[in-house]
Design a protein around this ligand. Structure first.
Ligand SMILES: Cc1cc2nc3c(=O)[nH]c(=O)nc-3n(C[C@H](O)[C@H](O)[C@H](O)COP(=O)(O)OP(=O)(O)OC[C@H]3O[C@@H](n4cnc5c(N)ncnc54)[C@H](O)[C@@H]3O)c2cc1C
Length: 477
């Protein structure tokens, strides 16, 4: 069963039963919890689309058996382009985060990172990783990518923190495996995954060996506890009417959890880095690079531009010059972001381990301009919609026997469009632009400073200076 159906995914998850706290309570049935419903719908969709041949690959580990792209390493540039296009499509279908790209990027990053440690140190991480991946492919596991540590005092290194658990680290080891302690923050989709894939959050240095650790554990491993993050307006989903959630099926984004690793035992066969500080960089930067080229942003932006264009139409201003210009700006920004993603894949390079690495210049550009333009796009969307976006009465008022008729009458835009439809599109935009998605686009896969550091290291600025010297006829500077 290398590709599960959505129902098989649900059945498989029932066996995992991770320990998840939601708003102060231990959740009894994750599959029925209203706050996880949008995430679950997106996850099911990722399984459903994987049954289309164009979103499948042939496993190199399972004798060519068809598998979904979610567990297929990027062996070629086309593999990377496929993932970008799959993500754009799912961004369009959900208008939200569909959660599986993190694990997918982690798999490709660790394919090459484990290979490099083994080459340098004679370890057997790559072999172990491939064995784990074989199981992930055979069982079509959903995998959470857990990189971000809680980090405590950002001005201090992991081994200088007052509390040593601010970064996930090894607290014990024996012949069977290691014991890890710490917490990973903001982990997307984590409550609904089969496996948690952990890598260091940053490059580790000598004396930080215990923090240079990568491993996988099943989501129900002893000592793993999730605490669900809150997002604005999340409790609207607990109301009887759901129109005010804006995106009833897929929500404002995925869910994220704070994952506690309370002395979790990891057998050696699931450990993929343990103490080799000089190799932590490979895991960190390769994952970040893949994750910065993702196509979901363009897909979600497509829905934002579409919704904003509809809002303008419903307001009777579809042909107004400045509104058409603002919509054009949004379209250009979306396509420019997508172009950077595609460039990152097309100009990637082959790694001796067999995977393709994405081009760090264009992944940095994509992430960096995306993180700024998202606010410009949101600004244009808000400007075009007007204040009703945040002052509109609720669905309950619309349906109310007394005041419903007033809401219906006074919130009408153009005569041909129902008030309810106008309210729905405003709610969609409210939900998309005032929830977690912009922050995710801004800081997910690392803060903007990280991309600046990468581009400064990769682009040959000294050569560019030389070009300028020649053109300006500077002889000795
Ligand atoms: C919706 C969402 C989903 C996410 N999903 C995932 C996921 O699935 N998996 C995962 O691993 N992570 C995930 N992340 C985490 C994301 O990668 C981090 O938020 C990001 O790396 C920034 O880390 P931080 O939030 O701790 O902010 P910080 O690291 O605290 O950054 C805040 C600011 O401080 C600056 N700063 C921090 N430390 C230093 C320093 N030492 N020197 C100078 N400046 C510094 C940064 O540049 C930035 O400007 C997600 C985040 C969000 C918002």
């Amino acid at each position: 069963m290398a590709i599960m159906t959505p129902n098989e995914y649900l059945e498989s998850l029932e066996k995992v039963k991770p320990k998840v706290y939601i708003h102060g309570e231990l959740a009894e049935d994750l599959l029925k919890h209203p706050l996880l419903a949008p995430s679950l719908n997106s996850m099911k969709l990722t399984y459903a689309v994987s049954h289309r041949p164009e979103w499948q690959a042939k496993s190199t580990l399972l004798d060519g058996e068809p598998i979904s792209l979610w567990t297929h390493p990027y062996f070629t540039k086309d593999d990377m382009m496929n993932k970008i296009n799959l993500e754009r499509m799912l961004g369009r279908m959900t208008g939200s985060c569909f959660q599986r790209c993190v694990g997918m990027d982690m798999i490709s990053a660790m394919w090459s990172a484990t290979y490099d440690v083994d080459q340098a140190k004679g370890t057997e991480y790559h072999k172990r990783f491939k064995e784990w991946l074989k199981q992930a492919q055979a069982n079509d596991w959903a995998v959470a990518g857990a990189m971000s540590d809680v980090k405590g005092d950002r001005g201090k290194r992991p081994n200088q923190q007052q509390d040593p658990d601010m970064f996930v680290h090894v607290v014990d080891r024996n012949k069977d495996g290691i014991v890890v302690r710490g917490a990973k923050a903001h982990i997307t989709g984590a409550a609904l995954m089969h496996e948690l894939f952990v890598v260091p959050t940053q490059t580790m240095r000598p004396a930080e060996e215990d923090y240079a650790v990568s491993f996988c554990v099943p989501n129900n491993a002893e000592g793993v506890i999730h605490i669900l993050g809150r997002v604005p307006s999340d409790t609207r989903r607990l109301e009887s009417e759901l129109m005010d959630t804006g995106n009833i099926d897929y929500g404002a984004g995925a869910h994220e959890t704070l994952i506690i690793f309370d002395d979790v035992f990891v057998p050696w066969e699931r450990v993929f880095l343990c103490g080799e500080t000089e190799h932590s960089l490979d895991a960190v930067w390769r994952f970040a690079s893949y994750h910065r080229e993702n196509g979901c942003k363009a897909g979600v932006f497509d829905t934002l531009v579409g919704a904003t264009a509809l809002a303008a139409e419903y307001n009777g201003l579809a042909q107004t010059g400045h509104i058409k210009d603002k919509l054009s700006d949004m379209l250009i920004q979306t396509e420019a972001i997508y172009a950077c993603s595609i460039a990152a894949a097309a100009l990637g390079r082959e790694h001796p381990s067999g995977v393709c690495l994405s081009n760090p210049i264009y992944t940095s550009c994509m992430k960096n301009i995306g993180s700024k333009w998202v606010y410009e796009m949101v600004n244009n969307a808000h400007d075009i919609c007007g204040g009703l976006l945040v002052t509109m009465p609720s669905e309950k008022d619309l349906r109310h026997p007394e005041v419903g008729k007033y809401v219906e009458k006074y919130l009408k835009g153009v005569a041909e469009v129902d008030t309810e439809d106008r309210m729905k599109i405003f709610r969609y935009i409210e939900n998309l632009t005032m929830g977690p998605i912009q922050v995710e686009i801004c800081v997910g896969a690392g803060p903007s400073q990280a991309e600046r550091m990468v581009i400064r290291n990769v682009v040959p600025i000294e050569e560019y200076k030389e070009l300028a010297r020649k053109l300006a006829k500077i002889k000795n500077d």
